[in-house]
Design a protein around this ligand. Structure first.
Ligand SMILES: [Zn+2]
Length: 86
């Protein structure tokens, strides 16, 4: 069923499984309430959901390894938008 590649990570804070994207987004019982809010944000749209899910994960302080990728992406966007004004 999983379509997101599993990456080895330490055990989730719930203690039931490794803290993978699949576990946190779909199964972790500690995220039941937050998951309901996420589903209401995703329901009206089909795409792009990846960005919404990533921001949700970061806001939940989960999978911190993704934060570096977001920071690098933000820096690259700033550099692209900040073309030299000279
Ligand atoms: Zn969990």
């Amino acid at each position: 069923m999983a379509t997101v590649p599993e990456v080895f990570t330490p055990l989730c804070r719930c203690g039931l499984a490794p803290e993978t994207v699949t576990h946190v987004v779909l199964r972790c019982p500690e995220e039941d309430a937050a998951r309901a809010a996420l589903e209401s944000r995703l329901a009206p749209r089909r795409l792009p959901t990846a960005g919404i899910m990533l921001r949700w994960l970061l806001a939940r302080h989960r999978l911190p390894e993704f934060r570096l990728a977001v920071e690098i992406g933000d820096e690259m966007r700033l550099e692209d938008n900040g073309d030299s004004a000279d």
